[in-house]
Write a protein that binds this ligand. Structure first.
Ligand code: FES
Length: 173
């Protein structure tokens, strides 16, 4: 349907301005083997490589989509499906760590009731720690399904978790 393709085009355009994608492309664009490295960074920051990111990279790096999926399916490291409906990636790179990201990780873990690297029983949330996602100025940072939250304190966690619970409230599947 035209609406769907229009909203997909819009989604793909927006992807390029999301900090982790923008940082990965900026960092690797001119280097050899850049595709795999960019995909690694996205896997790291999001826990999987969403289709709209693959579409964006295809356009941005001038790489056929088929080649991107060839790489994604060849290496078991890459996941094509999210490990939870909302993937919470807390950056524990140096800048974020120094500004207290561990306390944020602990609070997320307590709030959702799942350890780092695990998903909640209902698969609503998956929590992971990731390396620098390229926006150290906002440290400490977390990314949830591509949305960036900066200058976090443990006190922000409850609100973020609730935001995503509300987001998926009408979508129990
Ligand atoms: S160390 Fe967290 S964004 Fe760079």
């Amino acid at each position: 349907m035209p609406e769907n393709s229009a909203s997909m085009t819009e989604k793909i355009q927006k992807i390029g301005s999301e900090p982790d994608v923008a940082a990965a492309v900026r960092k690797w664009r001119k280097k050899r083997g850049s595709l795999i490295m960019v995909l690694h960074e996205i896997q790291n920051s999001r826990g999987y490589v969403p289709r709209e990111v693959a579409l964006y990279l295809s356009r941005e790096l001038g790489t056929p989509l088929a080649s991107i999926y060839e790489a994604l399916t060849f290496y078991h490291y890459f996941k094509l499906e999210p490990p939870g409906k909302a993937v919470i990636s807390v950056c524990t790179g140096t800048a974020c760590y120094l500004k207290g990201s561990q306390a944020v990780v602990d609070e997320f873990s307590r709030e959702i009731g799942a350890a780092v690297g695990a998903s909640t029983e209902d698969k609503m949330f998956h929590l992971q720690c990731v390396r620098c996602v390229g926006c150290c100025g906002l440290a400490p940072v977390a990314i949830v399904n591509g949305k960036t939250y900066g200058r976090l304190t443990p006190a922000d966690v409850k609100k973020i978790v609730q935001e995503w619970r509300d987001h998926f409230k009408d979508d129990p599947a």
